[in-house]
Design a protein around this ligand. Structure first.
Ligand code: SF4
Length: 456
């Protein structure tokens, strides 16, 4: 399959002014009329007149519409990336209009048939018509074309485990942030893969130091103050594990966040102390096996839920807080972009979900699938918080999530879970999404859910 197989049209709500040129262009291209009834794209707004989304086929890699079509009228073309609709085969049952989560297939009352985006043969009329750049045709390879020339600041052949997510994260983070950085890596997997040195050499081509588990943020704050004093703008970056962030290092992180120290702190959350024998940490999830939350006749894995560290950082009034996952790399790059800017004013904190094939007992080849499923089940919601708005925004909203079991069944550390435990995890997941929603615009506008202090 070529890179075209993953093409989609991206929407940037901040650039959209609701002019509807895209809607008219689509209708005109397909029906020779500008009437919206013929358009495959709709721009959606909120009550305050902001344009927040589009209803349009995303050309999914595993389209639900095609899976549900009883007539075989929908199929994914691996060469063009288009989910194709075959008018001859279509029996007009409209099931596809119900199953598409993006409103991407709609009934055209004028023609009496369903209709969907076909990329206009490779040059979408809507993208070309949008004068504000709010629509862009993207493909998987675009990410690498855009950032491929950035230097890889990590040497090849480091000592990470096979399929290590921490290595992927380290390479991409430094690639985006660049060499004008001081990197701090407390004891943990990032240091363990050789970032701070093996045999007298470091694996990274940037200044790096190795703080204690307890003092990463405070040491980095001191380094930043030194650079401020001599008038040099250098990015301070911490890459710490969940142990060095949520547990042992939390006091220094909390203090630095409260003081508004200028840095990017990234927590590489592999949900335990992976490089010292897979012990549980404060972010190990409920039910997970670790060497200190064993599975036997008495215990069935961890009995407590994970500490909600990203939300705790929101409550510290950080300039920027986000969650991320390497299976959604473009989302991560965009968040790094914002974190770089935010760290000029105060703390930017990114919490990255980091599946660990070795400690979680799953094949390295399933790394990205594990990340995708975690997000698609809402186990790991992707969101960001900006102090200037005081609100959380979902960057990959999952309104119709898969059952949590689709993620749990991939991971060996959950293999022992019984039905009751899975039910509890499903409940916990739904409850956490409701809590997050209380911090979104809609939630915070309601009296009962408004959280005073944050962003005020
Ligand atoms: S309306 Fe046509 S394309 Fe849609 S599900 Fe029914 S048969 Fe398939």
């Amino acid at each position: 399959m070529t890179g075209n197989g993953y093409r989609t049209i991206a929407f940037y709500p901040d650039r959209c002014d609701g002019c509807n040129l895209c809607v008219e262009a689509c209708a005109e291209h397909h029906a020779g009329s500008k009437e919206a009834v013929h358009s495959r794209i709709r721009v959606c707004g909120d009550e305050e007149g902001r344009y927040t989304g589009i209803a349009l086929c995303r050309q999914c890699s595993m389209p639900r519409c095609a899976m549900n079509c009883p007539a075989g009228a929908l199929s994914k073309d691996p060469e063009t990336g288009v989910v194709c609709w075959d008018e001859e085969k279509c029996v007009g049952c409209l099931l596809c209009t119900l199953t598409c989560p993006y409103g991407g297939i709609v009934f055209n009352a004028a023609s009496g048939r369903v209709m969907k985006c076909d990329f206009c043969g490779g040059r979408p009329a809507c993208v070309e018509a949008c004068t504000r750049g709010a629509l862009e045709l993207k493909r998987g390879a675009d990410l690498y074309n855009a950032w491929g020339d950035l230097e890889d600041l990590v040497v090849p052949g480091i000592s990470a485990c096979l399929g290590c997510n921490s290595e992927l994260l380290l390479r991409h983070t430094l690639r985006r942030i660049g060499p004008n950085v001081v990197l701090a890596t407390p004891p943990g997997c990032i240091a363990g893969v050789g970032a701070v040195g093996v045999n007298g050499k470091t694996a990274v081509k940037t200044p790096v130091f190795h703080p204690l588990l307890t003092n990463t943020a405070s040491m980095l704050a001191g380094a930043r103050r030194y650079y401020n004093r001599i008038g040099r703008d250098v990015t301070m970056l911490a890459l710490g594990g969940d142990g060095g962030t949520a547990d042992v290092g939390f006091q220094s992180l909390s203090g630095a966040a409260e003081r508004g120290e200028q840095m990017i702190y990234i927590c590489v959350d592999n949900e335990g102390y992976m490089n010292t024998g897979v012990q549980r940490s404060g972010t190990t999830p409920f039910g997970a096996w670790t060497s200190t939350t064993p599975v036997g006749s008495v215990l069935r894995g961890k009995t407590r839920e994970a500490k909600p560290l990203p939300l705790l950082m929101v409550m510290h009034n950080c300039e920027y807080v986000a969650t991320a996952c390497t299976a959604f790399m473009e989302d991560y790059y965009e968040k790094l972009e914002k974190a770089i800017e935010a760290s000029k004013k105060g703390m930017a904190y990114i919490h990255v979900f980091s599946p660990c094939p070795t400690g979680w007992r799953f094949p390295p080849g399933k790394l990205i699938e594990a990340g995708r499923k975690a997000v698609q089940t809402n186990i790991v919601p992707l969101w960001e918080f900006e102090l200037k708005t005081g609100r959380i925004r979902f960057t990959y909203p999952v309104d119709d999530p898969l059952p949590v079991q689709e993620y749990l069944s991939l991971i060996g550390k959950f293999r022992h879970l019984d039905e009751e435990q899975i039910r509890l995890i499903q409940e916990q997941t739904e409850r956490k999404i409701q809590i997050l929603k209380a911090f979104t615009k809609e939630g915070r506008d309601g009296d009962e859910t408004r959280v005073e202090g944050v962003g005020s």
